[in-house]
Design a protein around this ligand. Structure first.
Ligand code: BGP
Length: 478
């Protein structure tokens, strides 16, 4: 029976705005995430048009990887990481997104980070844009609704490709690009929040604007992939989807059809474009029924065809159900919730834990596209207790990860071509949905708290040693 490949890419994942801090250091500009305040599970975070005094903006310091990167990468190396998924902050390289020359200090920072990875034999996996578009582009163009963003993004890609060729081989264009198919995508992914101050849950939503902005991201992504393929043949270019696995709530055919429709738009639509190179046939009806008309320019369809990705990556945290709402209770999720599944338990944040859903999902994706896959986010956001003796016994996290790795192994045995696994937030960081520190994912605990205080000291959790053994045994010892 097949199991994980010999060169399987074990590692961990983070995003610049959630862990770097140093939000305005060395010429960096503000990104959409830098304009977001903290929140909690019950009180949503806010986005503001100006930085308000006496308000906590969690990305501003985060866990200060900017000044701790050597120590952190050494800890990843101690666990035996083969790869480290991180993102480059666009605003370190082009502070407003509109400069013609890149910011040398920003470029140098990532040189140092990649050199440190290389020193430890860790292969970087770089997300080009992870929820951090320059806020100046929100003000000027209403974010990705402005077609101008395509060329600005390509300019950013040109700068980082040329600078980091030889250091970085694996790239992902947009993190969770399919968040643009959901209202939550307006804030962090599309930046279509010009002039808006307020709760991120109440952002005015116009599907026409959202899908047009998404079209611009598709073209930008395809242009970046095409550029890489033409100029840097050693690069491997991937997409990244937030996969929210949906089951029909009952076997009533109405629930099954409803689930299929949701799966199409939420989970398949973006990757059908990015992997197959064209808008899928089912999109027309959805657009018609939702009053969406995509403005394409001549040449767009050709670019989408020419800029298809080499591998498919996704985040997987949970599954939920779809069906007649009056029959079931609601449950939470990172971009969107759904109906509760009576067979599953949920995390403290209401995300349902479904390891077998990962096997199912891997099989579905591989069956559809037949290109290599990678799980680039997965994990349990939980409250951790720092004991007086300095230990953190996160057995619940070990249980979660073990169960998911077991199911990945099943999917590999089922025939899926799986390249690697980078659990989310391998070091504690700021939560994307709530802005909290209390929602921790890491193998490494960081002494940083919701009120912005903390020494920033790093500590190994129990899961640190466990994951080290998982990697050393290539997934055999769980
Ligand atoms: C994904 C994002 C990440 C990340 C993760 C966990 O949707 O790509 O940036 O944060 O979810 O979500 P949260 O931080 O809200 O727990």
């Amino acid at each position: 029976m097949k199991t994980f490949k010999k060169d399987f890419l074990w590692g961990g994942a983070v995003a610049a705005n959630q862990y770097e801090g140093a939000w305005d250091a060395d010429g960096k500009g503000a990104s959409v995430s830098d304009m977001c305040t903290n929140g909690t599970h019950t009180v949503p975070k806010r986005i503001t048009t100006k930085i308000e005094p006496d308000t906590l903006y969690p990305s501003h310091e985060a866990i200060d990887f900017y000044h701790h990167y050597k120590e952190d990468i050494a800890l990843f190396a101690e666990m035996g990481f083969k790869t480290f998924r991180l993102s480059i902050a666009w605003t370190r390289i082009f502070p407003t997104g509109m400069e013609t020359e890149p910011n040398e200090a920003g470029l140098q920072f990532y040189d140092s980070v990649f050199d440190e990875c290389t020193k430890h034999g860790i292969e970087p996996l770089v997300t080009i844009s992870h929820y951090e578009m320059p806020y100046a582009l929100v003000e000027k163009y209403n974010g990705w609704h402005g077609r101008e963003c395509i060329d600005l993004f390509v300019r950013y890609c040109e700068a980082i490709f040329e600078r980091y060729k030889g250091k970085v081989k694996y790239w992902l264009t947009f993190n969770e690009i399919n968040s643009g198919t959901m209202p939550m995508g307006n804030v962090l992914s599309l930046g279509t929040v010009k002039g808006y101050s307020g709760s991120i849950m109440d952002v005015p939503d116009d599907p026409q604007v959202r899908f047009q902005a998404l079209h611009h991201q598709f073209v930008a992504s395809a242009k970046a992939v095409k550029l890489a393929h033409e100029k840097y043949p050693e690069f491997k270019m991937g997409n990244m989807i937030c996969f929210i696995t949906k089951y029909p709530y009952t076997c009533n055919p109405d629930d099954v059809i409803m689930t299929q429709k949701e799966m199409q738009i939420m989970n398949w639509f973006c990757s059908d474009v990015q992997v197959r190179g064209a808008y899928p046939s089912y999109a027309d009806r959805y657009f018609e029924e939702n009053g969406i008309v995509i403005q394409k320019q001549p040449g767009d369809d050709e670019i989408l065809k020419e800029g298809t990705v080499d591998y498919y990556t996704f985040s997987y945290y949970m599954s939920n159900c779809t069906g007649n709402v009056s029959e079931g209770a609601e449950t939470g999720g990172n971009l969107i919730g759904g109906l509760k599944n009576p067979y599953l338990k949920a995390s403290d944040w209401g995300w349902q834990i479904d390891p077998k859903g990962l096997r199912y999902t891997l099989n579905e994706i591989y069956g559809r596209y037949q290109i290599p896959l990678m799980v680039v986010e997965n994990g349990l956001g939980a409250y951790d207790k720092l004991e007086e003796d300095g230990t953190i016994a996160d057995d619940y996290r070990i249980d979660y990860l073990r169960a998911h790795i077991e199911q990945m192994r099943e999917a590999v045995a089922d025939g899926t071509d799986l390249m690697g696994y980078t659990p989310w937030g391998c070091i504690d960081l700021v939560s994307a949905s709530t802005g909290e520190m209390a929602k921790r994912y890491g193998f490494i605990y960081v002494e940083k708290y919701d009120d912005g205080t903390g020494t920033l000291a790093r500590r190994r959790k129990k899961s640190f040693e466990w994951y080290k053994n998982v990697i050393a045994s290539n997934g055999a010892k769980l």
